[in-house]
Design a protein around this ligand. Structure first.
Ligand code: ZN
Length: 508
């Protein structure tokens, strides 16, 4: 009986968090700008209710009783894992003083406004005090959360349980050694023709192509929708209502393609969680009071990257789908064939902007950020010196001069929202995507043949069975061991990139 009481209470909490998600979706997709202030109050009220419910004596009592009931079940059972997750969430939140939470939430909101303004004016000085206050809060938060070696470890653990600065240092050294020579080699070669990627692409036809490929990949429109937002995202209100967004630029087809396939990847994960977990702890992010989804940010990101890159940037994909794109834009793509499009879509060109980076240089943007976070957290880098440190790293890693702060330290929103620790998840996602894709093909050698035929069901089914359906039941390293038999390893990712780009650039 007490497990049912526990499940019922957390289902209600799940409802509150899903309503908050719906308000967030509305805020980012539909809401008239005038609604911003009152929406801020509504969100604060709702999240306050969720927080109070999670932290209440009644919830503690219910968790305690459920722990007794499930103690005889196997350690990996859904019931025991659900109760353990709930306990961990409550324990974490109890370590953080309410006042620190309030200061953090308030600054997260105002910080984003200041960032938008300082970026528009290319003026880092305006944002500097916000970063300084965020870092002061993050250091306090790190002391509350706890860490063994480095304060940055505490912040990383919020987004990426299981990772820390030391393990990331090893991963990054592996990536630099594996990728930097290849980037240098390719940068010295004349790039392929890419002009047609920036031709005329009317939005209504881009929209119809985006929907077509989302459907082809298996995104279920009965339980989802594809909307427009300036910064694409995925958000769900249970697996029965999983929404994704993309963006359309009339003179750039790349941004809609990338945005759509990336968010489809996140969406497929959420749509394929076991229905039995709906409204349960393992389908919810209780740490979502901090904005993290899935087992870890990196595991969720591995699926957006897998569908966006391993599939969506493959030759097989474009051999299958280029015809439909050409039919929609016959003038813009006149004289262009699937192979030319494939090469252009995979053009490697070191650039300033992370979200526009190609597959091969992307991780250098992340390593720069994570290393800066670490130094900011331990005080060895001052906020005032960020633009200079940024310029040095860009010069060192990608051989580029940073023209201004707008294209440098001001380009991302994350830090202005206090998310110091979130960036490592993008590179972890890339690395895991290659490991997971490799494991899928090893387990079922038919998968690559189906992919070449434009049939994604076999891969999606394997991912559902091995990853998606479990929700948050297993942590990142358990998940990896179950799927690949080993821990995180950059070798398959480096091998994938090396094989692909040496072939495209005829490097022998
Ligand atoms: Zn993502």
């Amino acid at each position: 009986m007490s497990y049912q009481t526990f499940a019922k209470r957390f289902a209600a909490l799940n409802d509150l968090l899903n309503i908050a998600n719906l308000l967030t979706w509305d805020f980012r997709v539909m809401m008239p700008p005038g609604g911003a202030e009152t929406r801020g109050h509504q969100m604060a009220t709702l999240m306050g209710m969720a927080q109070d419910m999670l932290m209440s004596d009644e919830t503690l009592r219910v968790i305690g009783a459920a722990e007794d009931t499930v103690s005889g079940l196997s350690e990996g059972s859904v019931e025991r894992r659900s109760v353990a997750h709930a306990r961990a969430a409550v324990d974490l939140h109890r370590r953080i003083p309410p006042d620190l939470n309030r200061r953090r939430s308030a600054l997260n909101l105002t910080g984003q406004g200041v960032w938008a303004d300082s970026r528009a004016r290319n003026d880092f000085a305006t944002l500097r005090p916000v970063f300084e206050e965020h870092l002061a809060i993050c250091r306090e938060l790190a002391e509350c959360i706890g860490y063994e070696n480095h304060p940055h470890d505490a912040m990383i653990s919020v987004y990426e349980p299981g990772a820390d600065t030391a393990s990331l240092g090893v991963l990054f050294a592996q990536l630099r050694a594996g990728l930097a020579p290849l980037v240098a080699e390719i940068s010295a070669i004349a790039p392929p023709r890419t002009d047609f990627l920036h031709g005329d692409y009317p939005e209504d036809r881009q929209r119809s192509f985006a929907r077509q490929i989302a459907e082809a990949l298996g995104y279920d429109f009965r339980r989802g929708c594809l909307d427009t937002a300036p910064h694409p995202f995925e958000i769900s209100q249970t697996r029965e209502d999983v929404r994704i967004t993309t963006r359309y630029h009339r003179n750039n087809i790349v941004s809609a393609l990338q945005g759509t396939m990336h968010e489809v990847g996140h969406g497929l994960y959420e749509q394929n969680i076991d229905p039995d977990l709906t409204r349960g702890v393992l389908a919810t992010d209780l740490l979502g009071l901090y904005g993290v989804g899935g087992i870890s940010f990196g595991v969720h990101e591995s699926q957006s990257r897998l569908w966006e890159n391993q599939i969506g940037r493959s030759r097989g994909f474009w051999e299958r789908h280029f015809g439909a794109l050409h039919d929609l834009f016959p003038d813009t793509l006149s004289g262009v064939d699937a192979e030319t499009f494939y090469r252009a879509y995979n053009c490697v060109r070191p650039g300033q902007i992370r979200v526009e980076a190609d597959e091969l240089t992307y991780d250098f943007h992340i390593m720069l950020r994570v290393e800066m976070e670490r130094r900011l957290m331990d005080g060895s880098l001052r906020v005032a010196d960020m633009p200079g440190a940024w310029a040095d790293a860009m010069q060192h890693d990608l051989g580029l001069k940073v023209p201004d702060d707008r294209q440098g330290v001001l380009q991302d929103m994350q830090w202005s929202a206090g998310q110091f620790g979130i960036f490592c998840g993008y590179t972890i996602g890339n690395v895991l995507a290659a490991q997971i894709q490799g494991a899928a093909v090893a387990a079922d050698p038919q998968i690559p043949f189906d992919l070449d035929l434009g049939d994604y069901a076999r891969l999606r089914g394997w991912l559902t069975d091995n990853l998606y359906r479990h929700g948050r039941r297993y942590d990142r390293d358990e998940t990896l061991h179950r799927i690949t038999g080993q821990g995180m390893d950059a070798a398959p990712y480096i091998a994938y990139l090396t094989g692909k780009y040496r072939e495209i650039y005829a490097l022998g």
